[in-house]
Design a protein around this ligand. Structure first.
Ligand code: HEC
Length: 154
């Protein structure tokens, strides 16, 4: 059962705009590397994200398979993971609400190991940390993710 839920969730996560439309706001938000404070973002990453996502954004071991508790380990945020497959809005929502609450908004029951940071971090801090993550990607990946963000905003 749990496995089925996870598979459905992953399929939905890659389905794009239709699935994510109407998450928290009607206007799509974006994360600008140029406008963000990347130095602050890196510090936030070290303080709040690195414990799970890795000091070098490498993620946890065997991140593709769920552990004994049925939850998925933290995926990498570098180009080997799938963070860059998501639009800026999805990344903001995922970080703000966490996996369980975001999926619950879609009517999907999902035990996620990703906590929500909306209470601990301000919107600006969430933008800064996501901008830091994006800034580490090669230009090719940055471009592909920008396309995804653009497609969802249309
Ligand atoms: C307690 C461990 C933990 C911490 C701390 C954590 N994460 Fe996560 N994160 C996860 C797990 C586990 C997932 C896998 C997805 C799931 O199961 O919902 C995840 C997934 C994500 C995703 C979705 C990636 C994708 O490819 O779908 C984003 C974005 C994300 N985390 C950002 C952050 C940011 C930014 C921080 C720091 C502010 C952070 N995470 C801190 C555990 C954590």
């Amino acid at each position: 059962m749990r496995r089925a839920v996870i598979i459905i969730t992953l399929a939905a996560m890659t389905a794009g705009a239709a699935f994510w439309a109407g998450t928290t706001s009607t206007k799509m938000q974006t994360v600008s590397i140029e406008k963000a404070d990347i130095v602050a973002g890196e510090q936030i990453y070290r303080d709040y994200c690195a414990a799970c996502h890795g000091a070098n954004l490498e993620g946890q071991e065997n991140w593709r398979s769920s552990g004994a508790d049925g939850k998925l380990p933290a995926p990498p945020h570098n180009e080997k993971g799938h963070t860059w497959h998501h639009s800026d809005q999805v990344l903001i929502d995922y970080t703000t609400l966490g996996g369980t609450a975001l999926m619950a908004q879609k009517g999907i029951e999902f035990a996620s190991g990703m906590p929500g940071f909306g209470d601990e971090l301000s919107d600006t801090q969430i933008h800064d940390v996501l901008a830091f993550i994006k800034s580490t990607w090669p230009e090719r990946i940055q471009k592909m993710q920008a396309e995804r963000t653009k497609a969802e905003g249309e």
